[in-house]
Design a protein around this ligand. Sequence first.
Ligand code: PMP
Length: 406
Amino acid sequence: VFREVPQAAPVAVFKLSQDFSNDQFPKKVNLGVGAYRTDEGQPWVLPVVKKVEKIIVHDDRLNHEYLPILGLPEFRSSASKIALGDDSPAIQENRVGAVQCLGGTGALKMGAEFLRRFYNGNNNTKTPVYVSAPTWENHNAVFANAGFEDIRSYKYWDAEKRGLDFAGFLGDLESCPEHSIFVLHACAHNPTGTDPTHEQWKQIADTMMRRNLFVFFDSAYQGFASGSLDKDAWAVRYFVSMDFEMLCAQSFSKNFGLYNERVGNLTIVARDADNLKRILSQMEMIVRTTWSNPPSQGARIVAITLNSSELFTEWKDNVKTMADRVLLMRAQLKAKLQALGTPGTWDHITEQIGMFSFTGLNPKQVEYMVKERHVYLMASGRINMCGLTTKNIDYVAESIHEAVTK
Ligand code: PMP
């Protein structure tokens, strides 16, 4: 019965990691997958996470009963609070709710499923969904799989000036059909590492409000852009203050280092408390037929941390440790390329923020890096700055130099 099943293409970033694992070259470097590494090139279990895991193991009141369909209440509320701020009027007005999801991906998926069913009419598969050009490779597919038929991209990256194509972005906001859905990266845009300024965000919000566009924030790197959770939530909070009804998918994979625990949250900012109640009732229906109810371990770790002022402070410190190491690697990589006299300007490496840098290397140069130098990066030229260490940075800089000058 499965004779006709066609072979699907491998997922690029996972294939890259597999190729890296199979490579026997001693100086190989993995700059592909977006995961934090220490300066020893190792995964990092955040010290605060280790501490909370011990608390959980020793807490005899905890068990493995099912969680509610929408997830752990104290996780959902504290997660929404770090996105919207402790003093958010929308939270005080009881019109903010949340669904615990399987990672940021799950939160996007839940949001997409809900929007397809209920946004601006029923089963509205024709509503255009706009994602940035370029964007995280999964955005298109998540919305397409939820049933949206018209996925488009909005202008974002100006390759020539290696920066935001703000005029193009605004132009697309002006010319798209009313009520289109826009997926916006809350901070530390993946893959370009380039975010709008506050002034630009304000113009984006004004245009979206005037044109009745729907905003769906994707917040996968809160804390990674600036090292400060509040600063990184500026855009989301600004949109809430402008009275948008909106969704925000949050991932705790990166900022808690809980990649394989699948901890995500979908924050819903509704018109009023009654509307929120009805929205959540429908979310329950969607979750029930998808994963029925979510896993608890990662959500407990996050909830315990966010609900204790002492652990919360420790977590913020841990996030800053990661963000600072990225900044150091940015500065060092730029300095090394400049010292080597590598053609081109490399200021964008320190101007870009978050986990990734969009190097500007073209596909041929990327191929050279992978094949000849065993430095693994995405075909787009995106590198994970966390894959750089004080031990491999010279080798990587020399590899980039060779790829550019050969
Ligand atoms: N959105 C963006 C922009 C991402 O980069 C990622 C992770 N690479 C996600 C969402 C998904 O996060 P998670 O791993 O928690 O599903």
